[in-house]
Design a protein around this ligand. Structure first.
Ligand code: BGC
Length: 734
């Protein structure tokens, strides 16, 4: 069971504290900072006052790949941080990136974040974060470097599979729940990468140039929600620059916005090796420097970190005031105390059947049925004698990798495992690779074609892998199409057996046009965690009705996507101009009237849903303005879940606005024939745009259209809404 942490107040900001939950039996002369009954800020003051300059410095930089130093004199343990977003990473180092060679660091591998996003189920994001929090506790980690809430701006982004999607509202909703689930275990989340981090190409040096509206309306909202709603305890700065300054040491982003305007009370951590100077780090708001000196695996190198000896020297010579150091240390201590580091903490649990069940449930809700002509799916096992499974991704293990998104999982059910186990002795399941990574092999294609021809149905498990220039950190994808001749393989197999199902194991999106028309059914299965093969089989054979929806627009071709249409990718002379501004993802396709291959929010089901009776009901409460109420009926023969999406369109805006924007959604499960009323509340911010001149969010008087649909291009209901009076929500000042 997750521990509940009550919310108290630190200054003006509500901050979740563990202190009143964990009580230490009273001890007469124990230091105040060890007394769990004391307010966090008093405990912080007390501890800070006891620290020497050197001890303070030791807390604000790494002493190994994933830790900061212990201060035994004061009972401060080593602070262990770890990746990652999809499960607690295998231990490395401590001074190198090599595996630590432990046998007790296996962890639950959850479906990747692009899969979690595709569930459109914030409840599952809570469950996801909770699994990671429990496993982090069991593995003795204090800070988890997750979740990623960066926006999927280009489908070529090598880490797109680690991203929740292209829409700020969706990312915010899923990110908030993930963080709440994680932090409810007394583990700090470190939301990343602040801000941008939209491509791997040139990520360590590229300078991002975007206007204020784009920053505020597209890239910041998931971080703003993480701070203001989920009370996230730490934030990782992106590698790249924003308006010429390193994101992790960026006076505007960190001092002014994050800590000033949003009143973030936790600490800002650098990405690994993402700090480039003492002065920028000291003054630019960085609180903890992580990484390693390039090429050095010598532990003494950590004392040369910019926030180590050089900063200490600067304090001693009076270049920097001690108060600057104290603020950084205070933030670390605050998080330590708030997460219960000095108090009894929950022990956590690792690799439990419950965690594996969460992994399977998320996988089942994440897979997106892109095409299903003539009910090609689900397959009826009773009517099948043989199934030809084709494609390397049917047998490939995707959990572990060299970078932070990998997990050393105790097991991984591959698609072939899942299909074989499901079929049992009811159908013969054959496997052929179909292609080889090292180039075309005509024999492999011929074998796959022969297998498909002699089987009742062919299932091609195609896609990408965590290989350089595919879904991998450090490099963007080389292209939007499938590698290794898979397009040709699919064409030949479907010609041999028209009953061919294509399953895509990959991040979003893939260019499918060369074979899509010939294939009756396509399922986007993501990298779906340790239980992925079971989830896939249950969907293919109809035990689970697919309910995932796309979180990224699938373009017909790369040049239809904004960053590519405008030629801004991968940047010019070291600068990445966000020329498309607000028109990211579906906003661009709407504005330019481009037909996507599959739109944002799209996903089929084995049943059908009917939408009716939209009413806009005035809302009570302070921020609410109106609640959209409507009915959804399951008009098919099987139970299914639908993600109803609410988009807002302003009719005659005084400034350029996207055609429509997602401002609400709800996933509901309906039995055959069942009708339910769905309510989605809207607040003023749902109508507002950011006005730099007014330094605030403006919901302008005028006419709006509230649109409800099954995808961004399948809007079923709409109702006008009129706002009488312009309202401006000013940004809070420093
Ligand atoms: C990544 C981070 C990750 C860190 C530590 C960096 O390369 O950008 O997301 O947390 O490494 O592994």
């Amino acid at each position: 069971m997750a521990m509940r942490i009550p919310a108290l107040c630190v200054g003006a900001i509500s901050f979740a504290l563990a202190c009143s939950t964990f009580s230490v039996p009273g001890q007469g002369n124990q230091p105040r900072y060890l007394d769990a009954s004391q307010p966090v800020e008093l405990r912080v003051d007390d501890l800070l006052a006891r620290m020497t300059l050197e001890e303070k410095i030791s807390l604000i930089h790494a002493d190994s790949k994933f830790s900061t130093a212990a201060i035994p004199r004061l009972g401060i343990p080593r602070r262990w941080v770890d990746d990652g977003p999809h499960g607690v990473r295998e231990d490395v180092g401590p001074y190198s990136w090599n595996s630590a060679g432990r046998t007790d660091d296996y962890a639950t591998w959850l479906p990747v974040l692009s899969a979690l996003g595709s569930t459109w189920n914030p409840g599952l994001a809570t469950a996801y974060g909770n699994v990671i929090g429990q496993e982090a506790r069991a593995r003795d980690k204090d800070v988890m470097l997750a979740p990623i809430v960066d926006i999927a701006r280009t489908p070529l982004c090598g880490r797109i599979y680690e991203y929740l999607g292209e829409d700020p509202y969706l990312n915010a909703r899923m990110g908030v729940n993930y963080i709440e689930g994680l932090q409810s275990n007394g583990v700090a989340a470190c939301v990343k990468h602040f801000v941008g981090n939209n491509q791997e190409s040139g990520r360590e040096s590229i300078n991002m140039d975007m206007d204020d509206r784009t920053l505020r309306e597209i890239y910041l909202p998931p971080f703003e929600a993480a701070v203001k709603e989920a009370h996230v305890w730490s934030v990782m700065g992106a590698y790249s620059k924003f308006r010429g300054e390193n994101c992790a040491c960026n006076d505007y982003l960190i001092n002014h916005l994050l800590k000033g305007e949003w009143k973030f009370p936790g600490f800002v951590m650098s990405d690994w090796g993402g700090t480039h100077g003492t002065r920028e780090a000291a003054l630019g708001g960085l609180d903890v420097e992580m990484g390693t000196l390039v090429g050095s695996e010598d532990p003494s190198a950590y004392s040369q970190f910019f926030l180590a000896q050089p900063f200490l020297d600067g304090i001693r010579t009076g270049e920097y005031p001690v108060s600057l150091l104290d603020d950084k240390v205070r933030r670390s201590l605050r998080v330590m105390i708030a997460t219960g580091v000095f108090d009894p903490r929950p022990a956590g649990s690792l690799n439990t059947p419950q965690h594996q069940a969460v992994a399977r449930r998320i996988a089942e809700e994440s897979m997106v049925l892109l095409k299903n002509d003539n009910h090609a799916l689900p397959l009826n096992l009773a009517g099948l004698k043989s199934v030809a499974v084709i494609g390397e991704n049917a047998v490939r293990h995707n959990a572990n990798g060299f970078f932070g998104a990998g997990v050393k999982t105790p097991y991984e059910i591959t698609p072939l495992d899942g299909i074989k186990q499901f079929a049992g002795d009811k159908a013969r399941v054959t496997y052929s690779a179909g292609y080889a990574r090292d180039g075309g092999d005509a024999n492999l294609v011929a074998e796959a074609v022969a297998a498909a021809k002699s089987a009742d149905v062919a299932i091609i498990v195609a896609g990408l892998s965590h290989t350089r220039y595919q879904d991998d950190e450090g490099w963007d994808r080389a292209s939007l199409s499938l590698p290794y001749g898979q397009d040709e393989l699919i064409k030949q197999v479907v010609q041999a057996n028209p009953r061919t199902i294509v399953v895509l194991v990959s991040g979003p999106a893939i260019e499918l046009g060369s074979w899509l028309a010939q294939v009756p059914a396509v399922l986007q299965a993501h990298y779906s965690g340790m239980e992925g093969g079971h989830a896939l089989a249950r969907i293919l054979f109809g035990e689970v009705n697919p309910s995932g929806k796309l979180t990224v627009t699938y373009p017909k071709q790369l040049s239809d996507s904004p960053a590519h249409a405008l030629g801004t990718y991968p940047g010019t002379s070291g600068t990445l101009f966000y020329k498309e501004g607000l028109l990211v993802g579906y906003r661009w396709f709407d504005a330019k009237n481009i037909e996507p291959e599959f739109p944002f929010g799209f996903g089929l089901s084995y049943t059908t849903f009917e939408y009716s009776n939209l009413k806009l009901v005035p809302a009570d409460g302070t921020n609410g303005i109106v609640t959209a109420q409507f009915e959804i009926k399951n008009t098919g023969k099987v139970a299914g879940a639908e993600v109803a999406q609410l988009y807002v369109h302003e009719k005659n805006p005084s400034v350029m606005r996207p055609e429509k924007e997602l401002k609400g959604f709800k996933k509901i499960l309906l039995q055959p024939g069942e009708t339910r009323t769905v309510s989605i509340p809207l607040d003023l911010r749902s109508l507002a745009f950011f006005d730099p001149a007014k330094a605030g969010w403006v919901a302008e008087a005028g006419d709006y259209q509230i649109e409800i649909g099954s995808s961004s291009r399948d809007l079923r209901l709409n109702e006008p809404f009129h706002l009488d009076q312009t309202r401006v929500a000013k940004l809070s000042s420093n």
